[in-house]
Design a protein around this ligand. Structure first.
Ligand SMILES: Cc1ncc(COP(=O)(O)O)c(C=O)c1O
Length: 201
């Protein structure tokens, strides 16, 4: 059967390329997070315990409630932010699935999503598979910081999301309070404009 790729120009990921090269050359592989330690015995025991206790059925779609509750407590303890484990927390199989679901939820055909290059390589395919338009902005060397004036210029009525991560992968740069303040200022004025547009409609 002939399968037509939806993203024919997307090649092999950089992780696969680097891991292959590292294996071939016997080099230390810094490109992927392979743990160089065993699974902690307590974790193995807990998995064993739960499997023996009959936890072998489908989990609820949004994840087991006990896990969502512990995550809510942890986020509160770490960041002082309260999220409702029932309606505001969903468990996914890793960050890639979460990012894909979030992009799919907000970005459809013709919608724009701003991201910062160099970017984690799952973002652009996720945007494009949803018919969206990636709007890549370059981080500023040498510290790989965001140029918020550029973000301000690129935010339009078509913008549906701005993808940020801190520490940033792959540069390791960290957002500080001035970044957060700039983001809040841009997003707040955009919300106001979006609200006004909605009122006009
Ligand atoms: C920014 C970023 N997004 C997504 C991922 C992928 O995470 P996961 O393996 O949980 O899907 C990584 C992994 O390093 C990452 O750094």
């Amino acid at each position: 059967m002939n399968l037509n790729s939806k993203l024919p120009d997307v090649g092999v990921t950089i992780f696969t390329v680097m891991t292959h090269l590292a294996n071939e050359n016997g080099a230390i592989n810094l490109s992927q997070g392979f743990p160089d330690f065993d699974v902690p015995p307590d974790l193995v025991n807990r998995v064993f315990h739960h499997m023996r206790s009959g936890s072998n059925q489908y989990a609820p779609m949004q994840g087991v409630l006990g896990l969502r509750e512990r995550i809510s407590e942890k986020v509160d303890a770490l960041y002082g932010k309260q999220y409702d484990p029932i309606s505001e927390i969903t468990i996914t199989a890793g960050a890639t699935e979460a990012v894909f679901a979030a992009i799919t939820a907000v970005a459809g055909p013709g919608d724009e999503v701003i991201l910062f290059e160099p970017a984690y390589d799952a973002y652009v395919p996720a945007i494009r598979l949803n018919g969206g338009i990636p709007v890549p902005l370059n981080l500023r060397v040498p510290a790989y910081r965001i140029d918020w004036n550029e973000v301000r210029e690129k935010v339009s009525s078509n913008t549906r999301a701005i993808i940020l991560n801190s520490p940033h992968n792959p540069t390791g740069s960290i957002l500080d309070e001035t970044d957060t303040a700039a983001l809040i200022e841009i997003v707040q004025s955009t919300e106001k404009e979006a609200g006004e547009r909605l009122c006009r409609i």
